[in-house]
Design a binder for this molecule. Structure first.
Ligand code: 4NP
Length: 152
């Protein structure tokens, strides 16, 4: 199974989500290809935000080697699940979809998990506490995603 996490810049939320799912897949021995992308082209080739790297390190997950890239229409064929962080990402991704098969692959990340929020807030304008809140939201949602898709 192939999963791509999507946010706006691909330097905060989606690389954190990629790191969490990679880590979960490794721990559970799941056969999973995981990637992330941004809908914008602002941070192509860049490392994750230093606050995202620092936050994830506290959970023993290293995302420092990830690099930003932009979501493209070919991702619809390269991935089975496209998990977006907010409604704006959803609109931008769906604008690139070419058919119903593509559209069916796209879900909001927080459709999974127990949060009352429907969108993962952007921590970019916040501080390290916002990044920890992002981690908690993503970790809960990703655990539920793995439960639902793999039954474990
Ligand atoms: P992300 O956060 O979408 O979670 O990676 C952002 C990163 C950068 C910008 C916006 C959001 N930006 O405007 O550069």
């Amino acid at each position: 199974m192939r999963v791509v996490m999507v946010c706006l810049g691909n330097i905060c939320r989606s690389p954190m989500a990629e790191g969490i799912l990679r880590n979960t897949a490794a721990q559970k021995g799941l056969n999973l290809k995981v990637d992330s992308a941004g809908t914008a082209n602002y941070h192509i080739g860049e490392s994750p935000d230093p606050r995202a790297i620092r936050c994830m390190r506290e959970y023993d997950i290293d995302i420092s080697d990830l690099r930003g890239r932009q979501f493209t229409s070919s991702d619809f064929d390269s991935f089975d699940h496209i998990l977006v962080m907010d409604q704006s990402n959803m609109r931008n991704v769906l604008a690139l979809a070419e058919n119903e098969e593509h559209r069916k692959k796209v879900r909001l990340m927080l459709d999974y998990g127990s949060s009352e929020l429907s969108e993962v807030p952007d921590p970019w304008y916040g501080d390290i506490r916002d990044f920890h809140q992002t981690y908690q939201l993503l970790n809960d949602a990703i655990n539920s995603f793995v439960d639902e898709e793999f039954g474990q």
